[in-house]
Design a protein around this ligand. Structure first.
Ligand code: FDA
Length: 303
């Protein structure tokens, strides 16, 4: 993980900076670049627009690390409404969820039950549920929950992070289950004992996983990156793949590239976050790119 990423995470992980960002206009306006809005209605409107432009969507209700049952149950209820709207409005969309938002830290049973409910609801409107991968405290539990839920319901997906040493083994274990697997580089700061630290090593692991998954007929590969080199490699690997695959990108990141891929005939799913709990998501986006952090620092703290 780069010094830059660690520095941004260090600065943004303080209550004062969080207050400055969430309560001020520059902070809110930066968030709007990456987040559809605070309500489901706004997210549905944005998703419809994206569908109209040829993109498919994954709706993500922002929120994580929930510590009380009421909040976890509230998140499940909001996701149920979200799935209902996908069906009612005929959206070409699925949902992305975080297990700590569904109560994983309180009682793993809560998260397992919630995933089951959401998977059933999603099945009723012919869509799917992707489980995001959070920081390494939750990796093992997340893989286990996914494995059990996918065996039972068959309409789930999971994100795996190429920076984690264990991910190649996880991918080998999960590919026969036939879900969709999102390969991404990984967005958290992790120790060197368990995670690759350099861009070269993270990218090399991504390439290894990409080659594995693009050769797997059972799995739906979801290639989640804005990295041109990895996108070009995916296109080359796709030439000999008979089964479907998709690209995935974050709302607000490299929109011109997103448009190009759809114009070239590729399926591209936009990860579309919404909700009031946008601060942790925004800090991860700032940490990924120096230009974002500079823009933010200038607008919040002045020159
Ligand atoms: P990289 O960081 O090398 O960026 C390549 C290029 O893309 C950059 O040079 C820049 O041009 C552009 N770019 C990347 N990030 C940008 C940003 N924030 N703002 C502006 N430009 C940017 N992580 C995780 O840990 N768990 C998860 O579940 C997910 N889920 C997920 C879903 C989807 C659909 C995507 C696309 C990504 C994730 N991620 C994630 C995040 C992922 O792990 C990673 O942090 C980011 O995608 C950035 O990595 P890239 O692969 O884009 O490469």
């Amino acid at each position: 993980m780069s010094l830059f990423t660690k520095a941004v995470v260090g600065v943004t992980d303080t209550a004062l900076v969080e207050r400055l960002v969430t309560k001020t206009r520059p902070g809110k306006s930066l968030a709007r670049r990456f987040v559809a809005g605070e309500s489901l209605d706004v997210a549905v409107t944005v998703a419809k627009g994206l569908n109209g432009e040829g993109f498919v969507v994954s709706l993500d209700l922002l929120g994580e690390q929930v510590t009380d049952r009421e909040s976890a149950q509230g998140a499940v209820a909001e996701y149920e409404e979200c799935i209902e709207r996908i069906g009612d409005e005929g959206l070409d969309a699925n949902i992305s969820v975080k297990l700590t938002q569904l109560g994983l830290n309180i009682d793993p049973g809560l998260a397992i039950e919630a995933i089951g409910r959401l998977a059933e609801r999603a099945q009723a409107v012919a869509t799917t549920v992707t489980i995001d991968m959070e920081d390494s405290r939750h990796t093992a539990a997340t893989v286990d929950v996914y494995e059990e839920a996918q065996r039972r319901h068959g309409n789930l997906g999971l994100a795996l992070q190429s920076y984690m040493h264990r991910s190649v083994d996880d991918l080998t274990r999960l590919m026969p289950l036939g879900g969709h697997i999102r390969i991404c580089k990984g967005a958290y700061v992790e120790p060197r004992e368990i995670a690759h630290q350099s861009k070269e090593a993270v990218d090399a692991a991504f390439v290894e996983m990409l080659r594995m998954i693009m050769a797997s007929p059972d799995t739906l590969p979801a290639v989640a990156t804005h990295d041109q080199v990895l996108i070009d490699l995916t296109k080359r690997l796709a030439q000999t793949r008979e089964n479907p695959f998709e690209f995935q990108m974050l709302y607000g990141v490299r929109p011109t590239l997103q448009r190009e891929l759809v114009d070239q005939g590729f399926q591209l799913r936009i990860y579309l976050p919404f909700g009031s709990q946008w601060y942790p998501y925004l800090t991860r986006r700032l940490a990924e790119r120096p230009a974002n952090a500079w823009f933010f620092a200038r607008s919040v703290f002045g020159r």
